[in-house]
Every structure is written in structure tokens, then in C-alpha cells.
Design a protein around this ligand. Sequence first.
Ligand code: SAM
Length: 270
Amino acid sequence: MSQRKFDFYIVPTPIGNIQDITLRAVETLKEVDIIACEDTRVTQKLLNHYDIKTKSISYHKYNEKERINFFLNELKSGKRIALVSDAGTPMICDPGAIIVEELTKAGFSVTALPGACAVTTFLSQIPRDGEEFIFTGFIPRSEKQITDTVQKHAGINMVFYDSPERILKTLNVIKTVRPDAKIALARELSKLFEEVVCDDISAVIKHFQDGIKGEIVCMIYADEKIQDTELEFKIRALKAKGFKGKEVAAILSALFGLNKNDIYKKSIDM
Ligand code: SAM
């Protein structure tokens, strides 16, 4: 199939299993003139595996700015470039944002290929009620910052990355703010020791009490009590505008996909 050509390609690479790369990604990495890698030694293993001979060059958060002129000159001379990170999707907790901004400003065409990412791999396999979530990237380290972040997003499923060295401490801090929180925690997705645990926070801490190894992605489920409070707030606001119980139920169910009878019962109790 003939493909539209772009100047700059964001190309996801596997997050654990070397086979988790698309045919189009391999083809793109073979066809571009330069591959900008976070760490050329890490990416070289992937390039060797797929017999990709394209020249690679380092591009990481410490030389992001310096590299811009180099890329601009290469692109002006008609070369095409792909950006990869060590694992997963570039710009998801990985560098790339600065170069994309600069290239777009300079009028070059940029595209992203779909592919492996720890957040989406995680979210597509844990039980969830609705679609809403917030991804905070790496959770902050200090107790105060963790508690602030958890409190701020208590009403929504909050997904975050953390390191195996810190996650137990992080969970213990979260427990002080949300003692009944439900947690989903995955480690080593797509790898040999992949494990997903979904339970109350105390049970998850107990499960990993002897330590936890590997790469981690975690979600704190939304606090249902807060969701209830938000619903009550909306019901009150509509009733204050003169809407009757059935109208309130019809509006909120149409807007938020909630159960009409539940809202109606709540609204007449209030
Ligand atoms: N760009 C990557 C992506 O698309 O997911 C994320 C890069 S970030 C520097 C690395 C973090 O992603 C790890 O510390 C871990 O939290 C998460 N991660 C990456 N691979 C993972 C895996 N196989 N299983 C669980 N989490 C993973």
C-alpha cells in the first residue's frame, strides 16, 4: 500500500516483548534516513533484530535543544527522520516534545505511528466502569506532593508511573489519604513476569510486602463517594433552575450515561 510521506515520524517501539512493533514501524525505520534514539545502544538491539541498517543518532532530554539545528538542516536537505525512545511511545514520559514543536513551527510535516505504550496496554486489561481517567506521568516523590496529587484527582481514575524502588512507599502514602482506595497495579507488562493485581490498597501492599521488581504502572480508582457528591451537586443545580425529578434524570442520564432511575430516586430523596 502506498503511504503518504512525512518529514518526521514518531515511532513507538516495544515495551518488553521485542515482537510488539508494527510492520509499518519496521518499514518506516528502514526507509527513513536517520533514526533519532534516546539511547543508541538500547535501540541498536531492536535495529539488529529487525535487520534495520539506518544510521542512528542520540536524541535525549540533555541534548534535545542542541539537536534542533541539526535536524532542521537535515530535513531542509530533503532527509526524513524517525524518533524513537528506549521503549514505548515517544513523548509519553519520554523526550520529543521540544523537537516536535520546533519542526512544526518550521513547517515540516510530523506524524506519529500507533503502537506500544504502557498506559494503554495497562488500561486495556484492567476492569473499569467508565472511560474517564487522568494520566499524571511519574507520580511525584515527596509525601506532600503525592498527597496533593491524590487528593486533587480523587474523583477520577488516576493512572501513574512509578519505580519499583518507590512504589511501596507511594502506596503507603496514598493509603493515608485514601485508606479504602481500590488499586490496579501492573508490572512487567508484555514480559515474562507480567503480573496485574487489582484489589484494595491494603491487600496490594500486603501482596508486595517483600518487595516488587520490574516496571510499574498503577491506577487508583476514583473515589465513589466523591462521584456521588458530584452527582448530588448537579442534581441540586438543575433543581434550583426549576427542573422536575424526571427532567433532571433525563438530562443527567443523556449527558453522562448514568442510570435514569437511580438519578430520579436520588433527586426525589434530596
Ligand atoms: N514511553 C513509555 C510508554 O510509552 O509507556 C514510557 C517511558 S517512561 C520513561 C518508563 C516507565 O513506563 C517505567 O518506569 C514504567 O513506569 C512504565 N513502563 C514502561 N514499560 C512498562 C512495562 N512493560 N510494564 C509496566 N510499566 C512499564
